[in-house]
Design a protein around this ligand. Structure first.
Ligand SMILES: *[C@@H]1O[C@H](CO)[C@@H](O)[C@H](O)[C@H]1NC(C)=O
Length: 201
């Protein structure tokens, strides 16, 4: 009986250990609203994101991961009180990174957090140098989800694959500009939801 108890404990322990991964990461974060206006057989969809305020900061680098963590932390400070009201506001999802190619194999990366709906009407001004509010206009994007943790090469591969699918359907997109959307922080390696957003031309 004792032995069986141990086995049960062990099994329960393993189950609770690993199913945690399915429970913890997709915390109940408020998400930027969008509507799906078309789905395509090739496995992607067209979405419309309404005009909303985001808080952003940008850097230039060869790879997103070169400054991804510190940039995430900079924006995290904004929602944790580095703003005109010294007020903490909710973390949201996704974190978007707009990527625009620059000369010399570099890219500009503009990372933004969605401003929670309660603060959309009058977003708090950031007080840290380099952090600014962006009134993002309505955009239409083509996108699909992927779950692997991605570094620069992985993001580029996904963008290339998606671009081919979209082009094969005769849908045109803006050249040299796209978003990478992440629904988990950069230091979470499992159970991710990531998306490349190609901007509808
Ligand atoms: C968030 O703000 C609190 C209160 O100012 C501070 O104690 C904490 O260290 C901050 N957390 C992060 C991750 O910056």
């Amino acid at each position: 009986m004792l032995k069986l108890g141990y086995v049960l404990l062990l099994v329960l322990g393993i189950v609770s250990c690993c199913s945690l991964h399915n429970v913890v990461p997709r915390a109940d974060l408020e998400e930027a609203p969008y509507s799906v206006v078309a789905t395509f057989e090739a496995g992607y969809e067209e979405r419309v994101y309404p005009a909303k305020a985001w808080v952003c900061t940008a850097y230039v680098a060869a790879a997103e991961e070169d400054k991804e963590d510190e940039t995430f932390n900079t924006l995290y400070r904004y929602i944790n009180g580095t703003n005109e009201a010294a007020a903490a506001i909710p973390m949201t999802a996704p974190v978007t990174v707009e990527v625009v190619p620059q000369a010399g194999g570099l890219n500009s990366y503009t990372m933004c957090f969605f401003i929670a709906e309660d603060h959309q009407a009058s977003p708090l001004q950031p007080t840290e140098q380099g952090v600014y509010l962006e009134n993002r206009p309505e955009i239409s994007v083509y996108t699909r989800e992927f779950t692997e943790y991605a570094l620069e090469a992985g993001w580029q591969l996904e963008a290339d694959e998606l671009r081919q699918l979209v082009a094969a359907d005769g849908n045109s997109v803006v050249e040299d500009d796209l978003y990478r959307a992440s629904y988990q922080p950069p230091f979470q390696f499992w159970d991710r939801r990531n998306e490349v957003w190609l901007i509808k031309a």
